[in-house]
Design a protein around this ligand. Sequence first.
Ligand SMILES: [Zn+2]
Length: 136
Amino acid sequence: MPTQSKEYYIRLNLVISAWICIALGSAIIISSGGSPFSFALASPLSLGGIIMLLLGLNMPSEKSVDANIISSWIPDASLLPDAGRPMYRIDTTLKEPIRTSVLCGRCSNITWIDGTKPNSYVCSSCNIVLWVSEEE
Ligand SMILES: [Zn+2]
């Protein structure tokens, strides 16, 4: 999931740069013994660092980004290799509302069903029986 890792690294970079700015700003003030020139140099550096740190910490956390991606995730419509019988893929959501997506490997049609996996399923697009459960 590229969006997740990108957001995460932007945030990480921002926080690291912020700490470097704050550390540099403090180091300039301390090493120069607090002359007016060093204050003029170090103050914007430290201030910038603090602003960056606040921005980095206020960015959406990895967890909320994760949840958004999971709830909006849909399987890609891809053809599955035909292994002598129609192939299919079923994905059921973990959170309410419980929905199940059925990917038909023959025609790559995705159908959403309310609830969990039904006992039998016929692809609505190519009318192939994808599975019939023996539990019936
Ligand atoms: Zn189909």
